[in-house]
Design a protein around this ligand. Structure first.
Ligand code: R5P
Length: 308
């Protein structure tokens, strides 16, 4: 535990798979970090126990966890941690979930579907979180289902800033119109130009087509920014299209690089030079093709502002 003057006021609890990030956050905040016992019963059920729970009483408690990989287990773990924290009477619980799972199911696309993202956000609220901080949630309107203060932290400027170290004449590009806010945010923060490609996803077959726009990508270094890289299909296709249109180099970046199955090789084959990723997930892929940026200092800034 840290010994700064703030340590009696702020306590950080981290999910069992996100402990390094929780310790880093506690260090940056000058807060106490509470350890955790996590285990599974023989039937697969999850057990959590906070070490030193009494220091929570009267504190601002920050609960930091993410929801990938093993979305369902990490969601349940988060609910259990909220329950454990709540019973020790913190002044306020700030729940920080850099990757909020199920946010892509943000409406009833086909009749009869559950709105899974709504269920996740409501459950977190009902389980005692006072404030919810997420990073670049796919559908920000889902946060309206939380019964308290929410913050959606954009990090596209950090991702693009990392790529800029090796780019000339850069252009920030979103793979579709819906993602353009992310490209705009990075471009405006860093004083760059931005644009977007048009994408269509067939909801039944999942097939993606990207209609090329008249982009001035010729001889430019392009960074394509998205919220999620899942199968890699969207960003690999965007990368191929931009290279066909004469871009000199293409980098791809996303706030949440799930990189399912063959996604990494797919992106390598697309001609992109590198993936810029962030530590919003409890997985770090060790490959020279991926460069990670650290989002914890940005979260510390946001939490510091909320607390003050
Ligand atoms: C979709 O609307 C999202 O913003 C991402 O573009 C999508 O989730 C990426 O998925 P994939 O990598 O499977 O193409």
């Amino acid at each position: 535990m840290q010994g700064s003057p703030m340590s009696s006021k702020i306590v950080v609890v981290g999910g069992h798979n996100y402990t390094d990030e929780a310790k880093e956050l506690a260090d940056l905040l000058g807060a106490s970090h509470i350890g955790l016992t996590y285990k599974r019963f023989p039937d697969g059920e999850i057990y959590v126990r906070l070490e030193e729970p009494t220091i929570i009483s009267g504190s601002m408690t920050v609960l930091l966890n993410t929801m990938y990989p093993c979305q369902n287990d990490m969601f349940v773990e988060t609910l259990f941690l909220l329950n454990a924290v709540k019973r020790y009477n913190p002044k306020r619980i700030i729940l920080c979930i850099p990757y909020l799972a199920y946010a892509r199911q943000d409406k009833e696309f086909l009749s009869g579907e559950a709105i899974s993202g709504e269920v996740i956000v409501r459950s977190l609220s009902l389980s005692g979180a006072d404030t919810l901080i997420v990073v670049d949630i796919h559908a920000p309107h889902l946060l309206d289902h939380f019964g308290g203060n929410t913050v959606n932290v954009l990090i596209s400027d950090l991702l693009v800033g990392e790529a800029l170290k090796s780019m000339n004449n850069p252009l920030v590009l979103a793979p579709d119109k819906g993602a353009v806010g992310r490209a705009r945010y990075a471009a405006e923060t860093l004083g760059l130009e931005y644009d977007y490609l048009e994408k269509h996803r067939d909801r039944v077959t999942g097939e993606i087509t990207i209609k090329p726009k008249r982009l001035s990508v010729k001889d430019r270094d392009v960074i394509i920014v998205d919220d999620i890289i899942s199968t890699g299909g969207t960003i690999a296709k965007a990368s191929e299209i931009v290279l066909e249109q004469g871009a000199r180099k293409v980098y791809v970046a996303a706030s949440h690089t799930l990189l399912i199955g063959d996604a990494l090789n797919k992106i390598k084959r697309s001609g992109a030079k590198m993936i810029i990723a962030a530590n919003t997930l409890a997985q770090k892929i060790n490959d020279n093709f991926i460069r990670y940026v650290d989002v914890i200092p940005r979260l510390k800034e946001v939490i510091g502002t909320l607390i003050s």
